[in-house]
Design a protein around this ligand. Structure first.
Ligand code: PEP
Ligand code: MN
Length: 336
């Protein structure tokens, strides 16, 4: 349920309305826009006397929100959310690009790639320290040591770092990580999402392998229900029946749909979506054209020797070429 307040409502009046709603056991989500203040009521709204609410002097209109996602809903928060990450951001007037290897392999490898992607215009460095691999016999990542290496690369280049968490027990290791990634396989690991909701860290929430848009937004809602609103959504392709030529199906229509449904920023990962380096450029440009707030791209200094996802990894030179064109398109499409 939302209550749109009348122009000129004072902070004191808003505060007393908030206290009343909270006394009914509901949470309040306040959105103060340039022209309108919207009070979102989250929880069991059957406890609220709608006639009483609408009769208040300060209330202009009251509307029930039928969607099950509330805090993530654009109706609760008409303005775009801008997630700040160090000196940069996602969802604001910057086309955010997170680039780096699939997995952290060595300090030398990560620092070389970090310098190259920074020079090409990436705004953040990605790299997996804990790797969710389909086979238990494949490289599982350098774990805590991998995070240390990413932090060294951050020190060296100034790029904020993005890396994936697989277990809430590892949270202390992520204290200095700038953006915590929740991978596709963990999108519905609700206990993990609840723990992340208790932090104020930016969370990159990837779409599950076969998740609907509603399920994906409900996962964002889990994090937001705990009080963490710093969420970036990442479309990374969904499973379909034809994996012969592409690893997944990149659902670019999700980008404008999400921009309508939610105020959270949306980026696109063409690397995991396609599984093929030659498809990364066309899909990056398409993502920029359809309004994505940024990209996540896998880059390796020697893709043939990569311990993970080599076939979809770009060389630094290929990445620089993608960056140039994608940024120009994003500018034209007004995403930044
Ligand atoms: C990754 O980004 O390294 C990754 C494993 O992605 P996804 O969860 O989308 O498969
Ligand atoms: Mn990968």
């Amino acid at each position: 349920m939302i209550a749109v307040l009348k122009n000129g409502t004072s902070d004191k009046q808003i505060e007393s309305l908030k206290n009343w709603i909270e006394s009914l056991g509901l949470q309040v989500h306040l959105s103060k826009g340039e022209y309108q203040t919207i009070v979102g009521l989250v929880g069991d709204t059957s406890r609220v006397d709608e006639d009483l609410l609408v009769s208040l002097d300060i209330v202009e209109t009251v509307k029930r929100i039928s969607e099950p996602f509330k805090s993530a809903n654009r109706k609760f928060h008409p303005d775009n959310t801008v997630v700040s990450v160090g000196d940069t951001s996602v969802g604001g007037n910057i086309f955010a690009v997170m680039a780096g290897p699939c997995s952290v392999e060595s300090e030398e490898q990560v620092i070389e790639i970090a310098k190259a992607v920074k020079a090409a215009g990436a705004t953040m460095l990605r790299g997996g320290a804990f790797k969710p691999r389909t086979s238990p016999y494949d490289f599982q990542g350098l774990k805590a040591e991998g995070i240390e290496i990413l932090l060294k690369a951050k020190e060296e280049t100034g790029l904020p770092i993005v890396t994936e968490i697989m277990n809430a027990e590892h949270l202390p290791l992520f204290e200095k990580v700038d953006v915590i990634q929740v991978g596709a396989r963990n999108m519905q690991n609700f206990e993990l999402l609840k723990e992340l909701g208790k932090t104020q860290k930016p969370i990159l929430l990837k779409r599950g392998l076969s998740a609907t848009i509603k399920e994906w937004l409900m996962s964002a809602e889990y994090i937001m229900a705990g009080g963490n609103e710093n969420i970036i959504l990442c479309e990374r392709g969904i499973r379909s029946y034809d994996a012969q030529y592409t690893r997944n199906v990149l659902d670019l229509s999700a980008v404008p749909v999400l921009h309508e449904l939610t105020h959270l920023p949306v980026i696109v990962d063409p690397s995991h979506a396609t599984g093929s380096a030659k498809l990364v450029k066309p899909m990056s440009l398409a993502a920029a054209a359809c309004g994505a707030d940024g990209l996540m791209i896998e880059v390796h200094n020697n893709p043939k020797a990569a311990l993970c996802d080599g076939p979809q990894s770009l060389t630094p030179e290929q990445f620089a070429d993608v960056m140039q064109s994608a940024k120009a398109i994003a500018k034209n499409a007004n995403n930044c």
